[in-house]
Each structure stands twice: as C-alpha cells, then as structure tokens.
Design a protein around this ligand. Structure first.
Ligand SMILES: *[C@@H]1O[C@H](CO)[C@@H](O)[C@H](O)[C@H]1NC(C)=O
Length: 303
C-alpha cells in the first residue's frame, strides 16, 4: 500500500468529519484539530495526518506527555506537553518486555492469554498514570477548553483522548488498529458472531472446526472480563474527571468516525458499522532514500 495515498484518504475523511459540523463548509475553511496520540507504532500514521492537516492551514494541537517512546514535535503542528510521574527507564523496560512477549516461543492459549493480559495490564498502568497526570493538569485542560476545537483525532486503545473529547463535547475521530477484547464491537454495537469471527490470540481462522468454535465462543464470553481487568482503573479516573459514573463503552460509543487501520486482506471479513471505515495499513513509515540516493519501494509495517 502506498502511504501517501492512504494519508490523503485519511486526511479527507478527517476533514469531512470536521466539516460536517459546519453546514457552510466551503473550501478554504480552516478548522482546529486536537490530536491526542498513543505512543509506539500507533503514532506513525497519526503524526502524518497531524502534519498534513497543519500544512493545509488547519490549526493542529498535539497533546503529549513529556516522557514517551516516539511522540514529539513536528513542523506543522503545535505541541503541548504535560509532566508525568515516571521516567524514560520505565518506558525502555516495557519495550524490552514487549519484545520478549512478541518473540515468546509457542505457548498454550491459556499461558499466552494470561501472560499477554498481565503484560497489557502493566502497559495500561503506565497509560493510567499518563491520563491521571493530564486530567489533573487543570491549566492545560482549561487551555484546551478555550480552543473550541472542531474535532479530536485519537487512538481509543489508550482512551485518554476519547475521554477528553467526551468532556470537551467535541466530535471524536478514532484511528485504530483495534481494541483489546472486542471493546470496539461492543462500543459500536457491531455484530461480532463468534461462529466465524476469530477471537484475539486463539489463532483461529474464519473457518473453524467444532472444537475451535467452542474455544472461540468461550474466549468471546471472557472478553468483557478481560477488558474490565485491563481498563478498570480508567473507569475510576473517568468518573473522577467527569464527576459522574460513565462506562468506557458508553464514552467510546460517542465516537463520530472509526478509521480502522486494516482491510480485509489483513483481517478476516467481518461486519462493520457505517461509521467504521477501512483505511488499510497506515502505520507504516514514509519512504526514505536508500544509500545510492534512490527511493526504496517498500514500506515498513508495524503491528
Ligand atoms: C468535564 O469535566 C468537568 C470537571 O473536570 C465536569 O465538571 C464537567 O461536567 C465535565 N463535562 C462533561 C460533558 O462530562
């Protein structure tokens, strides 16, 4: 897939989402976009969109923690950072563990699920702490409120941006590879029959034997429990911040557009809701010149 073409598509979708708020949306109109990115490979595609939107004259503000893996300033957007209570060594240590998780030799499903969920819990603990730091930063939150953004672009896998968009009452554009434990299907009320949609980590395909189907069904029944385990601290943070009890599913269900970073050459076919748009594998880096000065044709794909 050609990164440029995909970026253009995403940009026009993001623009449309912002323009929809203005019936008089004529060309030449510039809007205000708040970007609350997620760290890691998730950032590559989002950064390209933030840069391009800024280049086209929109005001783009990217809110990021002071400590991160890849997040950082760009040429065409404004960066706002906020302090967090952890250091770079924690991030580095999690990276090492992440690589170990990914390269672990063939484990049983139970072992693989428990170790992945425990690892995810650690990653999410760090994200909780980032979210808490942002929500407690009254000065920054007030500043963001005053900006009257037209749209928020965020990856809901780290729900900080989604919660913020909900609080600011600004339409949210989600750009994601997926949510752990089928939370995306739950939030969009999208049908996700376990009879032919293989569940995360089961290594099933969309054609399953009776045994595989049974396992798939059991795994799908466990999903609400898994997402509770992964996201429960967020729910507490959210209620504290919003000053009322709102579930994460409810917040995510207010997302205006879901830009899904895959297509059906990468995933087994499955039902989608009308506001879920397949944009292909956009988390790839732009082409870099090779040593002899020519452009290499490939794209680096992360997962
Ligand atoms: C946003 O958060 C503030 C406090 O942080 C709260 O008073 C307000 O009700 C929230 N707004 C919404 C729409 O949730």
């Amino acid at each position: 897939m050609h990164c440029r073409a995909i970026s253009c598509l995403v940009i026009s979708i993001v623009c449309c989402a912002a323009l929809e708020q203005r019936p008089s949306g004529k060309s030449g109109w510039t809007g205000k976009l708040l970007v609350v990115p997620m760290d890691g490979s998730h950032w590559t595609g989002v950064k390209a969109v933030a840069e391009e939107m800024g280049r086209r004259g929109h005001t783009v503000i990217v809110v990021i923690p002071e400590i991160s893996m890849y997040l950082g300033p760009g040429k065409h957007y404004i960066t706002k950072t906020f302090p967090v209570p952890y250091g770079q060594d924690l991030i580095n240590q999690m990276m090492v563990e992440h690589v170990r998780e990914l390269t672990a030799p063939g484990q049983s499903l139970l072992k693989s699920v428990t170790s992945k969920v425990v690892h995810l819990r650690k990653v999410f603990n760090c994200m909780d702490s980032t979210t808490e730091s942002l929500f407690k930063n009254h000065e920054l939150i007030e500043f963001l409120k005053e900006q009257n953004f037209d749209a928020v672009l965020t990856d809901p896998a780290h729900p900080m941006g989604a919660i913020l968009a909900y609080n600011l009452s600004v339409p949210a554009v989600y750009m994601l590879r997926g949510m752990p434990c089928g939370l995306d299907a739950a939030a969009t009320a999208c049908p996700s029959p376990p009879s032919y949609i293989p569940r995360f980590l089961t290594q099933n395909s969309d054609r399953m034997s009776f045994g595989q189907r049974t396992l798939n069904l059991l795994k799908s029944m466990l999903e609400p429990l898994e997402s509770k385990f992964i996201y429960c601290p967020f729910e507490k943070l959210t209620s504290n911040f919003l000053q009322r009890d709102v579930s994460l599913t409810e917040i995510l269900s207010t997302g205006a557009v879901w830009l899904m970073r895959y297509d059906f050459s990468m995933e087994f076919p499955k039902p989608l809701m009308p506001n879920m748009i397949l944009i292909g594998g956009i988390n790839c880096e732009s082409r870099k010149p090779t040593d002899n000065g020519e452009h290499s044709g490939g794209a680096r794909i992360f997962s």
